[in-house]
Write a protein that binds this ligand. Structure first.
Ligand code: NAP
Ligand code: ZN
Length: 347
């Protein structure tokens, strides 16, 4: 049993995304049907649609920054009611039984979490993402959007927010900590806001000084251009934590040299090609280099509540469906301030 809903799909690595309709399952006992109002454009959508992370099953509807309103609930649903303002991020299900799922770290599910798109749901169907008008998700993977956050600026928090909040919390960003955010794009600009709200001393490392005023307004204490070699001399051995959000390859050694003793660089950026490093960059100052994927459902709710408490939403440019392909090119060209959000009514 199923119904159809309007969507925008990628049909190959190179063709523009085009309008289509897709099938959604009918609401099961524990399911919530959500009328999607807004969907953010994450760079991961572009990596996926363009086969940069391997070839996905085309046609594919991407989008995992979903904000909307509950339209229907199954008979056993207890957390949500029709009319509730809700969000869905990068996962729509997991085994629910392994130690990681039990402790709320579904992103590490031992059987693999089920992605919002490019996954296979428990019904055996390929999952399709948020560039659509409706989605059906089991209630355990739906989060509540606090009333004080508008749905459009909340949507990007479902991926950009949790992906930066989680490592900032895990590596204890807070008062007395020097944190650098590399790349002021979708993830980066939210990271600056959250790190500032956590009380850390925040530096933006961007390719140029073009967005300096914005960075300082968003909460950064300092802003440097990585295109200027002096930056790396001046900031040598400075930071306790570096969050690298860059979608392209970087000179890992140059950034590691900016870490103080026992400092950690965390890659959340996920470029297409492998990165390499000189081990001496780690030996010096006993540095660590790590990565971090999204975050669990409980932590996603915590992040939304934190953002609401601190008045944090994404800085967005709202677009219609017809502008999605242009928006993709602009994201790839680092020409986004700072997240494109699709008004799904225009699909
Ligand atoms: P985005 O909006 O495109 O931001 C990336 C930023 O990186 C750009 O704004 C730019 O910042 C900088 N950049 C881009 N190309 C660069 C280059 N060639 N050299 C140096 N800097 C460059 O992308 P996003 O949506 O924030 O996503 C960023 C990355 O995180 C993507 O790879 C995405 O797939 C990944 N991601 C990972 C997770 C996870 O779970 N770990 C979740 C979501 C996204 P400046 O203009 O300031 O230099
Ligand atoms: Zn994402």
């Amino acid at each position: 049993m199923s119904f159809r809903t309007k969507a925008y799909a990628a049909t190959s690595a190179t063709a523009p995304l085009t309008p289509t309709t897709i099938e959604r399952r009918d609401v099961g006992p524990l399911d919530v049907r959500i009328d999607i109002r807004y969907a953010g454009i994450c760079h991961s959508d572009i990596h996926t649609a363009r086969s940069e992370w391997g070839v996905p099953p085309y046609p594919i509807v991407v989008g995992h920054e979903i904000a909307g309103v509950v339209a229907e609930v199954g008979p056993d649903v207890t957390k949500y009611a029709v009319g509730d303002r809700v969000g869905v991020g990068c996962m729509v299900d997991s085994c629910g039984e392994c130690e990681y799922c039990k402790r709320g770290d579904e992103q590490f599910c031992a059987k693999g979490n089920i992605g919002t798109y490019n996954g296979v749901g428990k019904d055996g169907q390929q999952t399709q993402g948020g560039y659509s008008q409706s989605i059906v998700v089991t209630e355990g993977f739906v989060v509540r959007i606090p009333d004080s956050l508008e749905l459009d600026v909340a949507a990007p928090l479902l991926c950009a927010g949790i992906t930066t909040y989680s490592p900032l919390r895990h590596w204890n960003a807070g008062p007395g900590k020097k944190v650098a955010i590399v790349g002021l794009g979708g993830l980066g600009h939210v990271a600056v806001k959250i790190a500032h709200a956590l009380g850390a001393d925040v530096t933006v490392l961007s390719q140029s000084l073009k967005k300096r005023e914005d960075g300082l307004r968003l909460g950064a204490d300092a802003y440097f251009a990585t295109g200027d070699p002096d930056t790396f001399k001046q900031l040598n051995s400075t930071f306790d934590l570096i969050i690298n959000t860059v979608s392209a390859p970087i000179d890992v050694d140059a950034y590691l040299s900016l870490l103080a003793v026992d400092g950690t660089m965390v890659n959340v950026g996920a470029p297409e090609k492998p990165l390499s490093l000189n081990v001496f960059s780690l030996l010096n100052n006993r540095r660590s280099y790590s990565g971090s994927p999204i975050g669990g459902i409980r932590e996603t709710q915590e992040m939304l509540d934190f953002c609401a408490g601190h008045g944090i939403g994404a800085e967005i440019e709202k677009i219609t469906a017809g502008q999605i392909n242009d928006a993709y090119d602009r994201v790839v060209g680092s020409d986004v301030r700072y997240r494109f959000v699709i008004d799904t009514a225009t699909l």
